[in-house]
Design a protein around this ligand. Structure first.
Ligand code: SF4
Length: 320
């Protein structure tokens, strides 16, 4: 049996909603097939008030083995413990987190707020929010650079706004079945199995990217969203086009540009109107190019690609 405790800091519950939609494996599979025991979860937990407080204290003392602590939301550091009072257990969440992280065998941060601070940590960050072990790209966060859980690992970061449900459940299963050692973490403690490739990997619009055939409208089935609509797919580490959402689709597949939500800087440009969904350019060259791409090569590629583009690449190939 694997005991799991899920707590929320400064959060919108988006990752909880995502988690409850997991399919491979589902939350029910975690319980019935993989022996998970949900000690408490904001949407599934039964204990309230004193009972919840006792449960948390038992986890801290070791009376209950805390195998996996999952944290969703930013850690709010407002003065005198204000800002994120755990209304069920009468203590600032950051204090519970501090104690529980010391007792947990594994700690998993789910979603951008828990991993990097997310939207609450954008300047001027009035609640002094941070992620568990990072503030944006800067190491440290709430638990500090040197933090390791009892199993000897740093916080395992599963970013996204929200994180894909199956990324969450598959990592939980890897921990419960003793296979987490096979999973390499990248420099931001993200499991490489989900975050080594780019959102663009598997995007159905790759052929349009290659031919520099752009779309200027949302929801169009043809054309790449990078050249005009600010798609961050080529610069964003995620498997959104390999492990599809609801097993069916992804943002870019339905004509919505990738916003780069698995990267520490999200939300880019503060999501200000006129900056998102618009490719920022200088003399016609995007300010941000895919990693490893040189600006002079981009200009060359543009000339060649435009010259080589077949007519079908400009047409809606799905209309028959
Ligand atoms: S739509 Fe985005 S992810 Fe897809 S090919 Fe174009 S730039 Fe890449």
């Amino acid at each position: 049996m694997t005991n799991i405790l899920w707590l929320q800091g400064g959060a919108c519950s988006g990752n909880t909603m995502s988690f409850l939609n997991a399919e491979e494996p589902s939350v029910c599979d975690l319980i019935s097939d993989f022996g998970f025991n949900v000690l408490w979860h904001p949407s599934l937990g039964l204990e309230l008030g004193d009972n919840l407080q006792q449960l948390l204290r038992d986890c801290i003392s070791g009376a209950i083995s805390l195998d996996i602590l999952v944290f969703e939301g930013s850690v709010v550091n407002a003065p005198n413990g204000t800002g994120n009072w755990n209304r069920f257990a009468h203590r600032p969440m950051k204090d519970w987190l501090d104690d529980l992280a010391k007792a947990a065998s594994f700690v998993v941060a789910v979603g951008d707020c828990a991993t990097w601070g997310g939207i609450p940590a954008m300047e001027p960050n009035p609640s002094d929010s941070v992620g568990l072990q990072f503030l944006k790209r800067k190491e440290g966060g709430f638990l500090g650079t040197d933090y390791k859980s009892k199993a000897g690992l740093p916080v395992i970061n599963i970013p996204g706004c929200p994180a894909h449900p199956d990324w969450i459940t598959q990592i939980l299963v890897a921990i419960a079945t003793g296979r987490i050692g096979d999973i390499t973490l990248d420099e931001f403690n993200r499991p490489q199995t989900f975050f080594k490739s780019f959102t663009q990997t598997g995007c159905t619009r790759n052929v349009h990217f290659a031919y520099k055939a752009s779309t200027g409208e949302f929801g169009q089935r043809n054309g790449c969203l990078f050249y005009d609509l600010g798609c961050r797919g080529p610069m964003t580490h995620s498997s959104c086009n390999r492990i599809l959402w609801n097993r069916v689709s992804s943002k870019t597949r339905v004509g919505m540009p990738c916003l780069g939500c698995t990267e520490p800087e999200f939300p880019f440009h503060d999501l200000k109107p006129g900056t998102v969904f618009k490719t920022q350019t200088v003399m016609g060259v995007p300010k941000e190019l895919p990693p490893g791409f040189k600006k002079k090569d981009y200009a060359l590629m543009t000339i060649v690609a435009k010259d080589a583009t077949p007519r079908w690449a400009e047409e809606d190939m799905f209309v028959v």
